[in-house]
Design a protein around this ligand. Structure first.
Ligand SMILES: [Zn+2]
Length: 146
């Protein structure tokens, strides 16, 4: 559970306790001329509490989504600054060293620094590799076809 969530529960519980106390008090002063006034005040407080709880729930959801996005961006930033892989060029294709069975997209690597594996498309006479991200195509030279 997040800290904000616990705070919201605590704040909500405190307000509910106050409303319960006021309701009990109102029952005690039922006969007095201020009873109606007190009950209207309690109703207003209940309504305001509902609105605050609703807004708080929205804020918690939004905050959680932003934290997730921030962590993702920070992770990508770390990877771009300190890649844990080495890219090599072999027979005209880019590869991640040690993973030379699947070429990566040269265009995505050059422009975004991301090693996107390409998909082999097995056409009878002209097989090629296609990038699923930028849709770039790399044909396989005849001499390299198996
Ligand atoms: Zn690409």
């Amino acid at each position: 559970m997040t800290n904000e969530f616990l705070q919201a529960i605590t704040a909500g519980k405190n307000t509910l306790d106050a409303i319960k106390f006021l309701t009990e008090y109102a029952n005690e002063v039922k006969e007095s001329q201020h009873y109606g006034e007190l009950m209207r005040a309690i109703g207003t407080l209940n309504l305001e509490l509902s609105e605050v709880k609703s807004r708080l729930a929205e804020q918690i959801l939004e905050n959680s989504a932003l934290k997730t996005q921030l962590e993702e961006v920070a992770r990508e930033n770390r990877e771009l600054k300190n890649p844990t892989y080495k890219v090599i060029i072999k027979t005209g294709f880019y590869y991640v060293e040690g993973q030379e069975e699947i070429p990566i997209c040269g265009s995505c690597y050059s422009t975004k620094g991301k090693p996107i594996p390409m998909k082999y498309v097995d056409m009878p006479h002209t097989p090629y590799y296609r990038c699923a991200v930028c849709r770039g195509v790399e044909s396989i030279p005849k001499k390299n076809r198996s």
